[in-house]
Design a protein around this ligand. Structure first.
Ligand SMILES: C[S@@+](CC[C@H](N)C(=O)[O-])C[C@H]1O[C@@H](n2cnc3c(N)ncnc32)[C@H](O)[C@@H]1O
Length: 306
């Protein structure tokens, strides 16, 4: 897998929204394979700094190597872990961000690696951890959670109408033996849900368990809360006055959280939303990078005291 196997979404739009300048500090909460970090980083020289964070140590290493090679002259700092912990780490290190990007979800190299267990189109272990060193896999959730909790995950995170029948099927199947592979799990969902509108019936269930395994919504809420705290703070925060914060989300559950948080900041006079509507990919970008089809970019600029 090369450093270029993930195509960054909305690169021009992100550049325009973040408006990087030489000497500034860019914090990439979800470094992935470093695509966005290279795009933004190239505008920070001379004297700028790129802070790369990812909960996948492999991706973080690739991103650091790529930024080091493609953007000579920029300072690179790496932080491994969930971006929820990043604001505190930055404050401990005495760093303040002029720009923050969170490009949520998974990178293409994670999805296309059967061993990571994210995809129903390949058979592999039912894993789905973005951080391979994390404790809990999708298999453990599927095999151990009570039926009602399985229903909640499928409904809340997958918006799956057939949550109860799928959960019942899971419980019946696990009484017969382990549910240890993506192939088994996808077949189990397909035995309950039919194809509709060309969408694979397992799509929503896979999304639901990926979100649960990685606490994706809880992490996003934590990051948004840290942005709100920094916007209210008086010079002690991890964001500079005038910092720009951009978030790219890929489904409505995430976008709703971002939209509400940014609207709250604006209502309180602490930030200005850059554009009332989210920015989406052009037709040309969707053609060349189908993953961009569902991307929504929202940006705020902190204009209150920080
Ligand atoms: C969409 S990719 C980012 C791609 C990147 N912008 C690029 O241009 O290469 C998302 C990355 O974020 C990481 N990630 C997702 N949620 C995270 C979290 N809560 N904390 C830290 N990293 C996270 C994933 O491991 C993945 O590498």
């Amino acid at each position: 897998m090369t450093a270029h196997s993930h195509i960054p979404v909305l690169p021009e739009e992100i550049l325009a929204r973040l408006d990087p300048k030489p000497g500034e500090t860019y914090v990439d909460c979800t470094a992935g394979l470093g695509g966005h970090a290279c795009v933004v980083g190239s505008r920070l020289v001379p004297g700028g700094r790129v802070v790369l964070n990812d909960m996948d140590a492999g991706n973080l290493g690739e991103a650091a190597e790529r930024v080091g090679a493609e953007v000579p002259g920029v300072d690179v700092t790496t932080v491994h872990g969930n971006y929820v912990g990043l604001p505190r780490q930055l404050m401990r290190d005495g760093l303040r961000a002029d720009m923050v990007l969170a490009d949520l979800g998974f990178a293409s190299n994670q999805m296309s690696d059967p061993a990571r267990g994210f995809a129903f189109s390949y058979d592999g272990p039912l894993d789905m951890r973005l951080d391979p060193s994390a404790a809990v896999t999708a298999r453990e959730l599927v095999e151990t959670l009570p039926e009602d909790e399985l229903v909640r995950i499928l409904r809340e995170y997958g918006e799956e109408k057939a949550a109860r029948p799928i959960a019942r099927k899971i419980v019946a199947a696990r009484n017969e033996g382990p549910i240890s592979t993506t192939g088994q799990f996808a077949a189990l969902v397909r035995s309950v849900v039919r194809y509709s509108g060309g969408i694979n019936p397992a799509t929503r269930a896979f999304q639901a368990f990926r979100i649960a395994v990685n606490d994706e919504l809880g992490s996003l809420e934590g990051l948004l809360a840290a942005v709100e705290r920094a916007a209210r703070s008086t010079g002690e925060g991890w964001l500079t006055a005038g910092a720009r914060v951009a978030i790219v989300s890929f489904h409505s559950l995430e976008d709703r959280l971002v939209k509400r948080s940014f609207a709250r900041l604006e209502q309180r006079g602490l930030a200005r939303m850059v554009g009332a509507q989210p920015t989406v990919a052009s037709e040309a970008e969707v053609l060349s990078n189908p993953r961009s089809r569902s991307a929504k970019l929202r940006t705020v600029c902190l204009c209150g005291p920080t």
